[in-house]
Structure formats: C-alpha cells, structure tokens
Design a protein around this ligand. Structure first.
Ligand SMILES: [Zn+2]
Length: 226
C-alpha cells in the first residue's frame, strides 16, 4: 500500500457535510501538503465569465449536477502540476464516482504520486442534512462554519480573514436532496470498491473536529515515523 519512492497522496471521501474539507485543511497545515479541493476549484471556474465558466456554473449552481469526469480530471491535473517538488497531496472532492478511479490514478502516477491512504469520514444521512442546512462558508478564505455553533446565526464577517460569510447555493434544501441522491448512486459504489480493495480507513465523522483529526493523525504519524 505504501511506497516511499513515490510521493504521498491522501484521499478523503465521505458524504457532504462529513467535514472532509476542514480535515484536509488541518492536515495540509500539519504535514505541509498541497490541498486539492475539487469543489472549490470548480466553484472558482464557475465564476469565470467565459463559456467554460458558464457551463460549470449552470451544472453546479443551477442544475445541481455532477461535472463531467474529464473536466474534473483536467482540473485535478492542473492543480497537481502546480505542486512544488516533493510536496505531498491531499485530495478532497474526488473520487466521487467509479469512472474517476482509473484516470485519477493515472494522473497521480504521471506526477510520481501514489495513493497512500484513503480515509472515509462516515456520517449518517440525518447528520449530513442537519450540518449542511447550517453550513456557512467564507467567500474569501473558504473556511466553513456551522451557524449557531462556530459562528452566530447573524454573523456576516469571517473572524479569520474578514471575508463575507455566505450560504452556498448548493447547500440549500432542494440542492442538498439532489446532492445526497447523487452521492447514493455514484459515490457509494466507490466506497464499496475501496472497501473490497482493503484500502479504505473508516473514521467516525460524527465526532468533534479535533477528535476526527486525532484519529487520522494516528495513521499518518505512523507513516512519517518510518
Ligand atoms: Zn475567511
């Protein structure tokens, strides 16, 4: 499973609201990894005023659909190509469907990476719905908060960077239901696949952020000690 000659890539998967974005950010900081957040990269593209931007905006923000696989892979490729030499990767927001598995591995190996760990942050559907309904994000730094927990319900300014706090379009109730349905049909088979391959490390995503982080770090500290 681990090959030291190759560079390390960590994959975080889990249902929307499982906290993978937050964990990826914390892990990237601790281990100096490049954080590749596919959803954020796509949302950036959706803001561009060209035809690609418009198409992505339509799919994510208006129709709540998945982005074509080849585009996802292209975005990941571009992000990896910007990593500095010898920098490990943490991937969040892929692989969300089975057809992404092979092309992702191909791209990783093109840049001498291999997947060292796949962490599955497991939460129930009920938790997903309740977390996403309360999720707010900073438009500037991308940090996410739970309204009523991390920030007050009225808070409009990010306490880290002063950016504006918003509710993402795809976190509205209709969109949440649609994303959950996509998750069930597309991502669940990926989880099964990795489980069968014995590559998946299951983490209880219901726990507080710090505890989830500690559970993941236990595995990675072992890796870095060797
Ligand atoms: Zn911020």
């Amino acid at each position: 499973m681990r090959q030291k000659k190759q560079l390390m890539a960590i994959v975080l998967i889990g249902q929307q609201g499982c906290g993978k974005g937050t964990q990826a950010r914390l892990l990237a900081e601790k281990y100096k990894l490049k954080h590749i957040e596919v959803g954020n990269l796509l949302r950036q593209i959706a803001k561009e005023k060209n035809s690609l931007g418009k198409k992505v905006d339509q799919l994510i923000n208006k129709e709540g659909k998945m982005i074509p696989r080849d585009l996802v892979i292209q975005v990941i490729d571009r992000a990896i190509s910007k990593a500095t030499k010898n920098e490990g990767l943490i991937l969040d927001g892929t692989t969300r469907r089975q057809v992404e598995i092979a092309p992702l591995e191909k791209i990783l190996s093109k840049y001498s990476y291999s997947i060292s760990y796949i962490f599955y942050l497991k939460i129930s559907k009920a938790i997903t719905i309740s977390r996403l309904g309360k999720r707010r994000v900073c438009q500037q730094c991308g940090r996410s908060f739970i309204a009523g927990v991390d920030i007050t319900l009225q808070q409009k300014k990010c306490s880290f960077c002063g950016g504006q706090i918003i509710r993402r379009i795809d976190d509205r109730p209709m969109a949440i239901r649609q994303r959950l349905a996509i998750y069930q049909t597309k991502t669940q088979p990926v989880i099964k696949y990795y489980q069968q391959q014995k590559k998946l490390i299951e983490i209880n995503g219901k726990q507080p952020i710090k505890k989830v982080f500690r559970d993941i770090v236990q595995y990675l500290d072992d890796y870095y000690k060797k």
